[in-house]
Write a protein of this length. Sequence first.
Length: 190
Amino acid sequence: MRLDLFTPIHKGLRRTLFETAIALGRTDFSSTDETVAAETLAGECLTYLREHAEHEDHHVLPEIAWLAPELAGAMAEEHPELERAAIAIDSLWPRFAFLAWDERLAMGAELARRFQALVAMQLRHMEREEREVNAVFWAGMEDRELAALNRRIVVSIPPARLLTWQSRVLMPALSAPERAAVAASQPSPI
């Protein structure tokens, strides 16, 4: 089995995306308290996605560009598209303060739809990385080179933030054997 830089962290990001989507679907947007809680949860999810994209932009895309320039170009275009979808969600939160009860419900429904669209886009993007980018990496790099790339990503993350990633995103999404493998191979894949 080859070293997989994507699947473990993507499992965590998918879990975060799904849990956030479920929470948004359950939110009573006529309630200020529930809206604030939903905004906090969605903001945390989007922050994880943005940080992950930044890690890929700075560390992964240059490696892909060296091995498969066309794929790197296509992948580089996806991150700005994903960010535009995230901004479309972020842009709705400030509007809640000025809306009447029924308008808040309609805005909440729109926000949930936009988040679901982001989930769909993220799932396609992650699947492409797991299949296409991993295939390029496995054909052009040794596991020791992939491990070195992983280490560069991990050490670029401040220790407190890395702990948050591990405890809130990565580890809760992994099976017991995967958690053991990650623990044994510290630093963990991000």
